[in-house]
Ligand binder design. Structure first.
Ligand SMILES: [Zn+2]
Length: 326
């Protein structure tokens, strides 16, 4: 397998969204590789826009529902002369048929309406590409949904795997949701830079698997972005969905009874060392006065919009019960 690398970044970088099948942290093999979503994305010369992706470009990885994460293309592998098996509808030769999970025959072609068990397979020669972005990857955890991504997209088609995005507006949108991008990494171009060894890959993958994403957290991320309500923007890895009253008590997953909190702040909240009053002002236990890292937040206003859907009565109950112990 020959392998080349395009290492010349453009002066003005572009922006793209890459569509992956299914949910986060899945392995998939677009062009016969196994990609880890947090590290790299493979595509081939049958995909629209395949020629235009370049080192330095911003890429948002999305599934059909939401944005999974974002990074800058740090290296691009080019693998010429790859064979790819393509499946076609045996009736109309179209490739736009879907696999069904509940009905037989297994495949149904929407262009011609026929159903069938076995598609026609053909082998085509393609050039395969693998874009690496793991070293700058930031999880988005769905803080932008499909509709918001469409607004940032410069292509109307829903079918495209690689869609052009408005780079400036995309960066603004993710920044406003608490995401902090590192600088794009300069590829050295000396040949000593091995994409397979780009940092930031597997370590983050395991973190994402452990972190999981409950429906409650997803709803709060969509509401508040990747922003701790007490301390501000923070990496997705340390942001938790906090229940404002013990979940065991209520069994409630109402967004109105939750906040995004950094894990240490969450722990203080649950331990009765930090509370938020009905005026959305943070209060820190007097016993933490010696810990400036935390006492500094006492008296600060919660970092959520004034019209945020929060149940102030539930906050006030927690506040009253908590300060009573101080
Ligand atoms: Zn057909």
């Amino acid at each position: 397998m020959t392998e080349a690398e395009i290492a010349a970044p453009r002066a003005q970088g572009g922006a793209w969204s890459f569509l992956v099948a299914g949910d986060e942290t899945q392995f998939q093999g677009n062009a016969g590789y196994e990609d880890v979503v947090e590290e790299s994305y493979s595509y081939d010369s049958t995909v629209g826009n395949y020629r235009r992706v370049a080192v330095g470009d911003l890429v948002v990885v999305r599934n059909g529902r939401e944005a999974l994460g974002v990074g800058y293309v740090e290296a691009l592998q080019v693998l010429p002369d790859q064979e790819k098996v393509r499946s076609r509808c045996p009736f109309c030769r179209n490739t736009g048929f879907k696999e069904r999970t509940r009905e037989l025959p297994r495949y149904k072609c929407s262009p011609c309406g026929n159903a069938f068990d076995r598609p026609t397979r053909e082998t085509v020669e393609v050039t395969a590409f693998r874009a690496h972005y793991g070293g700058t990857w930031q999880p988005l955890d769905g803080c932008l949904d499909k509709g918001q991504l469409n607004e940032l997209s410069l292509s109307r088609s829903d079918q495209q795997s690689i869609k052009k995005m408005d780079r400036t507006r995309t960066l603004e949108a993710i920044t406003s949701r608490g995401v902090r991008m590192p600088s794009p990494r300069e590829s050295t171009g000396t040949g000593g830079h091995r994409p397979a060894e780009l940092p930031g890959g597997h370590r983050r993958t395991w973190a994402a698997l452990r972190r999981g994403q409950s429906g409650f957290r997803r709803a709060l991320v969509r509401q508040y972005g990747l922003i701790c309500a007490v301390t501000g923007a923070a990496p997705a890895e340390v942001l938790e969905a906090a229940h404002l009253r013990p979940f065991a008590e209520t069994q409630s997953h109402r967004v109105e009874e939750g906040l995004m909190l950094r894990s240490d702040v969450h722990r203080l909240f649950d331990s009765g060392l930090l509370a938020i009053d009905a005026g959305l002002v943070v209060r820190v236990a007097p016993s933490l006065a010696g810990h400036e890292l935390y006492s500094a937040f006492s008296g600060t206003r919660l970092r959520i919009p004034s019209d945020a859907p929060i149940d102030r009565r539930v906050l006030a109950d927690h506040h009253a019960a908590t300060v009573a112990t101080w």
